[in-house]
Design a protein around this ligand. Structure first.
Ligand code: MG
Length: 379
């Protein structure tokens, strides 16, 4: 199974990108208010080990933009050497897989990344590609000199995924540069699976590509809001699970799963933003396998569904409503746990609490209620 914690990401951005024009390398130019490179890096949110190969002249800039988020490494004289440096830096990291991506492909979708990662369950290497649909010619001096068959031809994209030891060995055995890492994998005899690429996953190369990428970004602009509400009644027990944190209490919460009312509200908010129903649709209470289930399974599923549909969790705000236990001392841990499960930075998640002034069922301490609001942004 693909595991983001065992899969490293290498983003290659050490080239000078002179063909794209402009005053600075294309990876540092802005696209829709962010640098091309920051978009390429952000596409791999959820992966904890990201290595960014930069030209040594760009290190200060890289530190300013990415400090604490990625590991920077000096690129080599060629693309292959940059990748090799990055692979060697991971040699004793325990990573089992690696995804290698061009920094100049900022519009790569989460779904495409997931397809490559999943294909590595069945092949030592996998890469996205598009079939060639235009007729192919040869030409010289402004004249067509012949035609070429397009059958069996593909346009290669990235990220290209590999079992880590296999691609490290392949790079060590390879002399000279290569157009991409599939070329190096093939030279080492690796079997490379082809997965569906996407037109939007263009490599910014020429000046006109910036305008095209800007148009694609505008088409994507899509912001969604969802809300969730949940209630669980108190029962006998010595703790409650709230937002993934075990809080000692003189009572427990009654429920089919672990009754984590805060996590359920957040999960339903994400499903709601996606118009994907609620927890009950995806994890029917009638199914005994979810009895006593840890609620992070539900939240992980909702977060993955959002990612697969091309949305990032921009922020979430969870309010717990109870007289007791006191939430304040645990709120930061709760937000951190929700952030960990959803794969976002902790400052995008808020957990707060209120009482209902001793009114109603929460005021009488018959149960705990929670509500959550989320904003999802198409990436
Ligand atoms: Mg519930």
């Amino acid at each position: 199974m693909s595991d983001p914690d065992k899969t490293a990401v290498i983003i290659v951005a050490a080239g000078r990108g002179t063909r794209a024009g402009g005053d600075e390398p294309k990876q540092w130019r802005e696209l829709g208010g962010r640098t091309v490179l920051s978009r390429s890096v952000a596409a791999f949110a959820g992966y904890r080990r990201i290595i960014l190969a930069l030209d040594p002249d760009d290190m200060a800039r890289g530190l300013a933009e990415f400090r604490g988020k990625v590991t920077l490494i000096g690129g080599g004289a060629t693309r292959a050497m940059s990748v090799r440096n990055a692979l060697e830096s991971l040699a004793s990291s325990g990573m089992t897989r690696v995804l290698i991506h061009d920094g100049a492909r900022p519009l790569v979708s989460p779904a495409l990344i997931d397809r490559v990662a999943a294909a590595l369950d069945h092949a030592p290497a996998a890469a996205p590609a598009l079939t060639v649909t235009d007729a192919l010619w040869t030409g010289a001096g402004g004249r067509v000199t012949g035609t070429a068959p397009r059958d069996g031809l593909f346009r290669a994209q990235t990220p290209q995924g590999f079992h880590f030891p296999a691609i490290l060995d392949a790079h060590r055995a390879h002399a000279g540069d290569a157009a991409d890492d599939v070329e190096i994998a093939l030279a080492a005899g690796l079997d490379v699976a082809i997965v569906d690429g996407e037109e939007e996953n263009m490599k910014i190369t020429w000046p006109a590509d910036f305008a095209r990428a800007e148009r694609m970004l505008k088409d994507r602009m899509d912001i969604r809001t969802g809300n969730g509400f949940d209630v669980h009644a108190f029962t006998e027990g010595d703790h409650v699970m709230l937002c993934g944190v075990k809080v000692p209490h003189g009572r427990g919460l009654l429920g089919h799963s672990d009754a984590d009312v805060g996590m359920h509200a957040l999960t339903d908010a994400i499903y709601g933003a996606l118009a994907e129903g609620d927890i009950g649709r995806h994890f029917p209470p009638s199914d005994p396998q979810w009895k006593g289930a840890a609620s992070h399974i539900f939240l992980s599923h909702a977060a993955a569904l959002a990612r697969d549909k091309g949305y990032a969790l921009s922020n979430a705000d969870v309010t717990l409503i109870c007289e007791r236990p006191k939430i304040g001392p645990h709120a930061i841990d709760m937000a951190a746990e929700l952030a960990r499960i959803t794969g976002v930075e902790p400052d995008r998640i808020s957990v707060k609490a209120t009482t209902s002034e001793r009114l109603g069922f929460t005021g009488r301490e018959e149960g705990i209620a929670a509500l959550a609001t989320v904003t999802l942004v198409r990436t």
